[in-house]
Design a protein around this ligand. Structure first.
Ligand SMILES: Cc1cc2nc3c(=O)[nH]c(=O)nc-3n(C[C@H](O)[C@H](O)[C@H](O)COP(=O)(O)OP(=O)(O)OC[C@H]3O[C@@H](n4cnc5c(N)ncnc54)[C@H](O)[C@@H]3O)c2cc1C
Length: 420
């Protein structure tokens, strides 16, 4: 594919929150837009934990990219995994030598989980980033109960009924609450030889409190609510080893067959493709207009970029940052091509921070007001349904949550994947 003589071509790698919002901002403009992703769908990652804990099905939180931008004549969608960038030839490259040339390149390839240099832990403690991760975690959780049901050795049965979540940020807190409710409520009457309510769910965090990005009062509230659901919270407990039979925490040992990693992230390798300066997480250090230093035609946004606020503090890896950067970048590219008004440097507007705990409580920090418990959960629910892409997904998710709220049931309790 080579660039046409007429319209400038913007190539966007990644159709997550950042990339998709650039494409939308450029819809119907006098530019050719090529959106490339290795998946054919956009994934709403904030609800992945619900798939991992059998509350929702994968299709409820994903939408085909072609369905989202296919109606815009100037946007082409391409399925493929980018492996390199030819800076001199201004082209992205795929395996097998396929290339797509660009006039402007947007790197919006997100992040994956990081194991602080212990990549060997991943086999025992999968992280949650893609749909395949969520269905694998769901499989491990449900299989642990199935195996415990047939296990005669009490020590092994105990190991099977211990579940550990490593990392006390929003994902760890949300997973812990949902797994506790799954065990205590949804599975409670399903087995004959075991009582799923006796499962022990551990949430371990190296730092002194849960939800470190939230005010201390909300962290304490989240901890209290999790403990009420039966979660055992271990703070100040850095993980020093993970293996097939459990986790070592600074000398102490918890035996468990199911460990889930919600502790660290690492940016995609996009920085290496262009030889850019990156921070220790691999995020590309960008200029205030999100361009890559020395390459005014290349931009990095979302989880794969390091951007800072007015105080020089790195912006968090959350969906609103990626979306606002995507929208800004669409306007900036239009301005550069004299298709829109000039824009200044990127500024992030922080509308707040939220996390849910179980099926009817949440904590929210809007800055000017803090909410907790049921009212916070109602806002969390409305916000997530509102921000989901696609009317069908919104309807299905809202109905599933309503159903779960009244019945405590989780309908997607399917063990899928390789044979056991
Ligand atoms: C489990 C979980 C829970 C979260 N919860 C919240 C939350 O509650 N609230 C919140 O605001 N944020 C949350 N986040 C963070 C939020 O999802 C991210 O900050 C946001 O998705 C970043 O957007 P992005 O566009 O940078 O990357 P992504 O949304 O990750 O998109 C990257 C895209 O790039 C594609 N891609 C990657 N590499 C390649 C390649 N080589 N070639 C082609 N395509 C490629 C991927 O397939 C993907 O579609 C959560 C994240 C996770 C994992």
């Amino acid at each position: 594919m080579s660039a046409p003589a007429t319209l400038p071509r913007v190539v966007i790698v990644g159709a997550g929150f950042g990339g998709l919002w650039v494409a939308k901002a450029l819809a119907n403009a006098a530019v050719e837009v090529v959106v490339i992703d290795r998946q054919n769908y956009h994934l709403f990652q904030p609800l992945l934990y619900q798939v991992a804990t059998a509350g929702l099905s994968p299709a409820d939180i994903a939408a085909p990219i072609r369905g989202i931008v296919g109606a815009y004549r100037n946007i082409t969608v391409m399925l493929g995994e980018v492996e390199a960038v030819d800076l001199a030839g201004r082209a992205v490259e795929f395996e097998g030598g396929r290339r797509v040339t660009y006039d402007y390149l947007v790197l919006a390839t997100g992040a994956r989980h990081g194991y602080f240099g212990h990549d060997d832990w991943e086999a025992f403690a999968p992280g949650l980033k893609r749909i395949e991760d969520a269905t694998e975690i769901r499989r491990r959780i449900l299989l642990a109960f199935e195996r415990a049901e047939n296990e005669t050795d009490p020590a092994e049965r105990r190991r099977l009924m211990n579940l550990i979540i490593v990392g006390g940020g929003p994902t760890g807190v949300e997973l812990a609450g949902a797994i506790a409710e799954l065990a205590r409520r949804a599975l409670a009457k399903d087995f004959r030889n075991i009582d799923p309510r006796a499962a022990r769910i551990f949430l371990v965090e190296a730092g002194p409190r849960l939800l470190p990005s939230m005010p201390e009062t909300l962290s304490a509230d989240a901890k209290r609510r999790l403990e009420r659901l039966g979660v055992e919270v271990r703070l100040g407990a850095p993980v020093t080893a993970v293996d097939a039979s459990g986790v070592t925490l600074d000398g102490a040992r918890i035996e468990a067959r199911t460990v889930i990693w919600a502790a660290g992230v690492a940016a995609s390798p996009a920085g290496r493709w262009i030889g850019a300066e990156c921070d220790r997480l691999g995020r590309i250090k960008v200029n205030p207009d999100l361009s890559v230093p020395g390459h005014p035609e290349i931009f990095a946004i979302g989880d794969t970029a390091l951007t800072v606020d007015a105080q020089g503090k790195p912006l968090p890896g959350v969906a609103p940052v990626a979306k606002q950067q995507g929208h800004y970048l669409g306007r900036l590219i239009k301005a550069r091509l004299r298709l829109g008004k000039p824009v200044g440097p990127f500024r992030y507007r922080d509308y707040g921070n939220l996390a849910t705990i179980g099926r009817k409580a949440a904590v929210i920090d809007f800055g000017w007001i803090r909410l907790r418990g049921f009212p916070a959960w109602v806002i969390w629910t409305l916000a997530h349904v509102y921000y989901l892409i696609g009317f069908r997904n919104r309807m299905v998710v809202a109905l599933s949550w309503l159903w779960a709220y009244f019945t405590f049931q989780r309908g997607a309790r399917l063990i899928t994947g390789p044979p056991r």
